[in-house]
Design a protein around this ligand. Sequence first.
Ligand SMILES: C[S@@+](CC[C@H](N)C(=O)[O-])C[C@H]1O[C@@H](n2cnc3c(N)ncnc32)[C@H](O)[C@@H]1O
Length: 683
Amino acid sequence: MPKPKRRNPVVPVPKAAVRQSENSRTHTKNSSRIARQDHVRNAASSRNGGDRGKRPREGNDADSKHTDIKRRKLHANSSSRRWLDASDRACKQWPPLSVVHKQAAFAVQRLLEADSSRKHGASLKSLTLAPHIEAKKATFAVTCQVLKLPGMATRARSSGNPHPSPKFTQILEHLDEQAELTASEPKLGKYVAMVLSYELLRGQGLQRKGPAERAVLAAEPKLRAAMDTLLLEAGVKTLDELLAKRHRGLKSGCHARGGGGGGGGGGGGLAPEVPHPRWVRVNLLKANLDDVIRQLDEHLQSTKKTKPHQEENKRQQQTEKRKQQKKDAAMQQQEQQPQVVLDALLPDLLALPPGTDLHDHPLVTRGSVVLQSKASCMPARALNPEPGWTVVDCCAAPGNKTTHLAAILGNKGRVLAFDKDPKRLARLRSNAALTGASCIEARLADFLSVDPTAPEFREVRGVLLDPSCSGSGTIFTRMDHLLPSHRHRGAAAATTGATDTTEAAAAAHAPSTFPASAPTSTATKGKKKKKDEADNVVQQQQQQQREQGLDVSSEGPGLAQLLPQVHERDPVEAGRVAQLARFQAAALSHALRFPSLERLVYSTCSVHVEENEAVVAGVLQEAAEAGLELADPFPSWHRRGLPLFPGAEKLIRTDAYQDGTDGFFIALFRRRQPDVSMQEKPM
Ligand SMILES: C[S@@+](CC[C@H](N)C(=O)[O-])C[C@H]1O[C@@H](n2cnc3c(N)ncnc32)[C@H](O)[C@@H]1O
């Protein structure tokens, strides 16, 4: 594969930073020094002071009718309308409430309900940062805080809940119970009670505004008494101590899992210690690197200067002071570091300090820059289509990789983009228009029903298959790790991704105070069915591999050892993954049928072995028959596929804990090169 040309950034990048980037720890380590300002902290800190002026403290329903109407007019697209309708229906049951609290309560409700039913719906970010949300930062921060803070399982267990959730919501629910808040004010509802109690006990405090706030304020003595009992039982003086205790417990689990060298992480109960950088892809169809770097650098300088001073909450004054000192030190170091760093692996990718908010920046709104993670930029670069090629993107929407392919082609060639979801395809079309990717032809179709041998596909040289997957590698970007079930799912991901099964198992068990919840009796039947389904798929995959002569257990831990552990952890998740794996295997096998294929990339944002190595192993024979073999798209990249079969060392993995980007998996198939030594030599 030809090496992409590397451009020099206009900002000085110290050699050390580049070297680190090559190791792909760059941005993790570097950014830890540069600016510790992830989204959550950014939002939370601005809530504690800087953003206070902007945050709509008032805005009870009656006051904000006109804004509501304006909001509807402004965002009249169908998904926004659906969201608003659902939100309005939920909110009508609640007493009048400030906009931020109402939106946060709705987001918490949606996330917790979806999580407990294991439906994978809207993410925390989409529920709180979508265009129609008012006071986005405040809504995001309150929602995060309500979900985020770990709770106390011992208390939850003693309250009779057999499956304690290790999240702050558990504490809030417990306090509500003890203070008989929603019991005496049923109209309040548990999610509004959670949000307002959080605000009263840990947030900005409450003002005596409407009936909801008044009800929670009236219950304040009881809430505080319940909180004191909780702390007493835990043997700590403050909630911060309690949280720190819990935090340490979780961390040890994460570290144990993180030790597995070759596996893709992504599980565990906490986000990576060092937040991921803000990755941006420069759209070379519309902009050049130097201009973008200069503009982003100016943007960072100006936001640094105007960053408002933090106002301190009385009760958190001491902690905040210490944090501020650390922040100042980090800022000082930051002054000496470049703010915009050119990635050493991908020539059109830049790393900015974590939490850099560019959503409204003209470079983004005009399509010169795409907010896309490093891992998500790797598949198109791995395929590296050549100008003039016809390329198929099998499951393309919303089109981040499709538009990247178009940019690599420089619009010289064709990208046929299939997706079966009309709404998502509409987003792809608008993304293509925004980014100037005129060589994309978007087609609404089920990829499996497309005939690769049809004459119109005779010229297809490259195929990108990035099918629907469990998304287990993107939990931190989606912020799913804040949800109660996550530890459970994370444990499964950890088990499948880590090469050291003992460590992974230890991680899955740790900390022992928060055991993974067992299936409830009512759900047992459905879960058993899913588990059986998952077992079947595993057996089929193993059989298929045996038939192909792949001794999957002779090297590394082997599928046989890894897969059953996933099922033990979470049968529902295992069933879902098994179903996805079946589709992925069928789609990959289908994609291999394009007759003139030169290169094919299969990628997922999953850390599960069944969706990754197992899918690839299942088509090796077929690929060989089509004249294709596995190839290494990034020889300098350090993290490889699990060593389950010969050639797996050519597979690429990224680890959400250690690589500063989402957990991803990439396999490149390439047409076998003719063996020159076997060819007849000219006389
Ligand atoms: C992981 S997303 C693709 C993300 C995309 N590659 C990007 O970077 O923006 C998977 C997509 O596959 C689509 N999909 C799922 N099954 C499909 C099928 N049978 N045929 C076509 N598209 C499908 C989904 O609608 C979804 O948009």
